[in-house]
Design a protein around this ligand. Structure first.
Ligand SMILES: *Cc1c(COP(=O)(O)O)cnc(C)c1O
Length: 462
């Protein structure tokens, strides 16, 4: 038997399997109330399914049945309307559907030579993202696997630019950010081996607090500072730093100004809060995760550069077998030149299709829903005798406390709701002058979440 042929052959069984899979996908795409699954121990899963990878294969039918009956039930659907933990997601049906098409189309997304049509579509969506930031031409960006990869790509571009000065060639870089910044900033600083200087506040950093931090440095330390990372919507609390004030300091001090708006970036589309982001248009680079608040399926992040040529100098890969991509005949925009990844899927394509389908106004509406759900939750909490807001809702995040609860009580509440298949809502910590306090947190993304969902969850704390 010709094994290679066999594996790619289309026979009646493969066609039936394809129909089954598509039917399942359609059911899932149209199901607005999916089961809230929960994790099982690895041993439990093993016991339920046995060996799945064998020399001769267990067959697609069996593997798919396992997926439907066992594996998917051990996962939490990120778009469940009562999934309000971490940063949930709510990809549009159009975007999910087109994710299937993107896979089926087998397009290489690194180089224009192979991916032109698809990259064109991605760039249409990117143009809209750039327009949301207000960054002037030639600002442009690329889609990445997420906010972490986008932040890393921006930090590499910033560090490379700084390193090009002969006096910086042997120095270890130093970045300034705040403790409200996302964990990926510190993690990626390790990857590029630079130090991080933290401004000790979870609240918004102002231009003044940044100036103070910088002027407190020794001359030696000051000479190592190459970038400032501000946050456009902290992941924990939705707080937006004073971007305009920080931009002014960065210009004066000649520092790269990165805005991490991985979570909050979607809110640039929301007229009610857009003014809070004033100054983002002055950034050298911006991270936005469409897979968070712009309703794309995983994974889809984006990094935008004020001057894409600077990113290209840092990221374009050289290789004899890659040279043809840079040839005039293959000319065009090569996404691999602007971020850390070479081979890439066209992960911006689902966003493009959804934007093309619905129009940008629907996006503005859907983001506003998250904000108004947060405000409604804020009202319900204020009116509740056992609950208190820790701070006013910001963007779509709400931090609140249950009077009298210990950290254990919050944890048990999380597990009880999850085990009951009712909701996934998790505690977080909030830093005060007395240290860290455990509190409850909502993050709203899904416009299908209802007021009743919120009040039912609050009731579970009584
Ligand atoms: C989620 C988040 C990230 C990380 O993004 P991933 O897509 O999970 O890699 C970075 N920064 C902020 C502010 C975030 O909210």
């Amino acid at each position: 038997m010709d094994k290679a042929k066999d594996m790619h052959e289309i026979d009646i069984e493969m066609v039936e399997m394809t129909l089954d899979v598509v039917k399942y996908a359609i059911n899932r795409i149209t199901n607005t109330n999916p089961e809230l699954g929960k994790p099982k121990k690895e041993e439990e899963l093993r016991e339920l399914v046995g060996e799945t990878i064998t020399g001769t294969g267990i067959g697609g039918e069996k593997a798919f049945a396992m997926f439907k009956e066992v594996f998917v039930k051990a996962t939490v659907p990120i778009d469940h309307p009562r999934h309000l933990a971490f940063v949930p997601a709510a990809p549009t049906r159009a975007a999910i559907m087109f994710d299937l098409v993107t896979s089926a189309s087998s397009i290489h997304g690194a180089y224009w030579m192979e991916g032109a049509g698809g990259i064109f579509c991605e760039n249409e969506a990117m143009k809209w993202l750039v327009s949301l930031t207000g960054m002037p031409a030639p600002a442009f960006g690329v889609f990445t696997s997420g906010g972490t990869a986008a932040n890393l790509s921006a930090m590499v571009a910033a560090r490379e630019k700084w390193r090009r000065h002969p006096q910086n060639q042997n120095k270890k870089g130093l970045m300034v950010t705040s403790i409200g910044a996302h964990s990926s900033i510190k993690a990626m600083a390790k990857v590029i081996d630079v130090d991080v200087l933290l401004i000790e506040t979870e609240d918004a950093i102002s231009g003044d607090s940044l100036s103070q931090k910088i002027s407190g440095l020794s001359a030696q330390e000051r000479a190592r500072v190459f970038a400032v990372v501000a946050t456009g919507g902290t992941t924990n609390a939705g707080i937006i730093d004073d971007l305009d004030g920080i931009a002014t300091v960065c210009e004066k001090e000649q520092l790269w100004f990165h805005v991490d708006a991985a979570y909050g970036g979607g809110a640039l589309a929301a007229p009610s809060v857009r003014s809070l982001f004033k100054g983002i248009e002055r950034a050298d680079s911006v991270t936005i995760d469409p897979h968070k608040w712009l309703f794309s399926p995983y994974d889809c992040g984006a990094v935008i550069y004020k001057n894409p040529e600077e990113a290209k100098e840092a990221h374009a890969q050289e290789g004899s077998y890659l040279e043809i991509f840079k040839d005039e005949g293959a000319h065009g925009f090569n996404p691999s030149d602007y971020q850390i990844q070479l081979t890439r899927r066209l992960r911006g394509l689902p966003l493009w299709f959804s934007l093309a389908t619905h129009g940008t106004e629907k996006y503005a509406w859907a983001v506003e829903q998250g904000i108004s759900l947060a405000n409604a939750a804020g009202r319900f909490i204020s009116e509740h005798p056992l609950l208190e807001l820790v701070r006013p809702p910001s963007l779509s995040c709400v931090l609140f406390r249950r009077v009298g609860w210990s950290a254990d009580a919050y944890r048990n509440w999380t597990y009880d709701n999850h085990n009951a298949g009712f909701a996934l809502v998790t505690p977080t910590k909030w830093k005060t002058s007395e240290g860290y306090e455990t509190v409850a947190r909502f993050c709203f993304i899904n416009p299908d979440t209802t007021h009743k969902d919120i009040t039912d969850i609050l009731k579970s704390m009584e």
